[in-house]
Design a protein around this ligand. Structure first.
Ligand code: NAD
Length: 508
């Protein structure tokens, strides 16, 4: 089986019950291990981070920027070994694993550039008579300790997409990687200590219990994972009245209109549906094609998918977990049992946890594969009458993460995009919103709450605003205070009405 040796700096714990052993999806071999924390160890870690956070928050933003830039260099220096660990623990191909550390470094660059202005005090102009006498200021103060709970599909990049802005905002961060893929994040967090940075970044390794302990102790919960778990995280956050931001599942639609460049659309579908073995939240999960070009599109797509090489150094890798392989197998099985046809793949390859890239036709909305998140290399393709039917079916989902629309006509793209109930729409491309850090990545409906990225908001979401008012003129009393009198009332309300009302109402 074509895997590689374990990178030399992956952790290996001595045998014992409090250890999380991580296996390679290709051959089941153990590739490393990390401590499995319990609740009290997690609470102690969060307490330590909380104790270090005020001094970090008190640093000027420029000093925090300098630490993050030093850390970016560490990440880039360890790029190859981190990527190899991502590859081995997740089963994604090496080409895709190598992107993760670089994405982290690029995000650090972007956020370090905007942090000083995004986190600086604002002095809004006052409004109306009552505000006129005051100088207004808004400060952004970090929320405290942020819990960043993440899934297994991007073991390294996903956690840092939230940890980097939270750190820059002045928060401490406890990361909680998936129990399936904790090695690369655990190693990367150790790098923060290695550069001698203040102790405000930690890693709570373990299973769902550790996730629950994080939810129960931190000041802000940033959760990425399934919609089912997201609901319970939101309920726990509501109970404690702490803010939470949720990035959840999706069932992203691709709409191909009759004037689209079909060859490019097919390449986009193949990449959007099959990269990372389909285990990307904003991956293409279903395709709606106008009937005039349906047959042509399917022909192009089958040809594109037929070119994909499935092996660790090829285009498509392995599923990460046996449980996810079962989900994919069951959904494809359900579709085929109800009359769908697999034009490619349709089954596991028998090598490790691989599922063969699959194009499904003759599918309908009675099948799970068009309703439930598949999270596997499967593209169900549906023929639709026109754009209206495509929009109606695309919106017929509990999810609303992102979508793509394929047409040569920008006006038509915008008209269709305006009607889609999703957080992002890409024109003639897939997933490009995810790497455009200046725009928000948000899920509508059951795909999430809040957003990540989005320019300055990426940093500001980890802050609480503190507003201050200061008098412009020192008075011994204020006009709206006691004592009330008829004369004062007439004067005050007369002036107020004159400034609030418009036209003749000012004097009537
Ligand atoms: P999951 O919900 O099972 O687990 C996610 C994380 O939550 C893990 O670290 C897990 O240990 C932890 N956890 C489990 N139960 C918990 C609880 N009760 N309280 C706190 N933490 C708990 O998700 P998964 O299977 O690891 O990931 C796949 C899902 O993630 C897919 O649905 C995918 O769409 C979604 N996802 C969404 C985005 C996005 O940005 N919208 C990005 C990547 C993945």
């Amino acid at each position: 089986m074509p895997t590689s040796t374990t990178p030399s700096d992956v952790t290996r714990m001595p045998p014992g019950p409090d250890v999380l052993r991580v296996k390679n999806p290709y051959d089941g071999s153990e590739i490393g291990s990390v401590p499995a924390l319990d609740r009290s160890a997690t609470e102690a870690l969060v307490a330590r981070l909380g104790a270090a956070q005020p001094a970090w928050a008190d640093l000027p933003v420029a000093d925090r920027v300098r630490w993050l830039e030093r850390y970016r260099d560490w990440v880039l220096d360890h790029r190859v070994s981190l990527a190899e660990t991502v590859h081995l623990e997740s089963g994604k191909v090496r080409h895709e694993a190598l992107a993760e550390p670089v994405i982290v470094a690029d995000l650090i660059n972007y956020l370090c550039r905007i942090a000083p202005s995004a986190l600086g005090d604002r002095t809004p102009a006052p409004h109306g008579m009552l505000g006129m006498s005051k100088r207004l200021r808004v400060q952004l103060r970090p929320v405290g300790v942020v819990g960043v709970i993440s899934p297994w599909n991007f073991p390294l990049a996903m956690a840092f997409m939230d940890a980097v802005p939270a750190l820059l905002a002045g928060c401490a961060v406890v990361t909680k990687p998936s129990e399936e893929t904790p090695l690369s994040l655990h190693r990367a967090v150790a790098g923060w200590e290695e550069i001698g940075a203040p102790p405000v970044l930690g890693c709570a390794t373990g299973g769902p219990d550790v996730g629950r302990a994080v939810v129960d102790t931190v000041d802000f919960i940033q959760f990425t994972g399934s919609t089912r778990t997201g609901r319970s995280v939101a309920a726990a956050a509501a109970e404690r009245l702490v803010p939470c931001s949720l990035e959840l599942g999706g069932k992203d639609a691709m709409i191909v209109l009759a004037d689209a460049d079909l060859a490019k659309a097919a390449r986009g579908a193949a990449w959007g549906g099959m990269s990372n073995s389909g285990q990307t939240c904003v991956g293409v999960e279903r395709v709606y094609v106008e009937s005039a070009v349906y047959a042509d599109f399917v022909r192009h797509l089958v040809a594109e998918v037929g070119l994909l090489e499935q092996r660790p150094d090829g285009d498509v890798g392995s599923m990460t977990t046996a449980a996810q392989l079962e989900v994919v197998r069951a959904q494809v099985g359900d579709a085929v049992a109800r009359g769908a046809r697999a034009l490619t793949g349709g089954h596991p390859t028998g090598r490790g946890l691989e599922f063969a890239p699959t194009v499904l036709v003759d599918v309908d909305h009675g099948m799970e594969v068009l309703n439930e998140e598949t999270f596997g290399p499967v593209l169900p393709v549906v023929e639709v009458r026109d754009a209206d039917e495509a929009v109606r079916l695309a919106n017929a989902s509990v999810y609303g993460l992102s979508a793509s629309v394929w047409t040569r006509d920008t006006t038509r793209f915008r008209a269709v995009a305006d009607r889609l109930e999703v957080g992002a729409v890409n024109h003639n491309d897939v997933m490009s919103n995810l790497l455009s850090f200046a725009i928000p990545q948000s899920g509508w409906k059951a795909s999430g709450l809040g957003a990540r990225f989005g320019g300055p908001e990426a940093l500001q979401k980890f802050c609480r605003p503190r507003a201050t008012t200061e008098p412009r003129v020192a008075l011994s009393s204020e006009p709206n205070w006691f004592p009330y009198s008829a004369l004062r009332s007439t004067l005050t309300h007369g002036v107020l009405k004159a400034t609030v009302a418009r036209g003749l109402r000012r004097i009537r």
